[in-house]
Design a protein around this ligand. Sequence first.
Ligand SMILES: [Cu+2]
Length: 165
Amino acid sequence: MRFIGMALVSGAVVLGACGGGEKKPEAPAAAPAAAPAAAPAGPVTVGTPAPITGKTVEIKMIGDAQGYRFEPKDVTINTGDAVKFTVVGGGPHNVAFDPTKLPPDVRTQLDANYGADKMAELSSNLKMNPGDNIVISFGKIKPGTYEFNCTPHLAMNMRGTVTVK
Ligand SMILES: [Cu+2]
């Protein structure tokens, strides 16, 4: 066993020595290193955004002396409606759903419905200034109650629910 190990090591040294004098052998070495970095995105199924076909309800994102909160924190809408989350103060805020708490089909569709306004799966970009907003379509989202939170203020219990009936 030790001989095999030694053989591999010396082989690597020889290869390294061969490539050391030229720049070309370095390029192929970089490609395999990039592949694993993209791997975590694999399990996420990419859906097609579903447009808003109904009304849009607004939820305010507030941070003040009374604490950090969504107001109202719980809303009930229909499939095809949308929720507009607007910063009032205390930003940055965002709107995030825990992917592991959603049925697989809702997870895929809702993530797609974020459009480009997200920094991760089911997690919107941060919104800093009063008036900044995030509009999320609930097109093609089946009935259910879905919990969301604000990532920066999750520890302060800034959460809410959207119930689709
Ligand atoms: Cu917040």
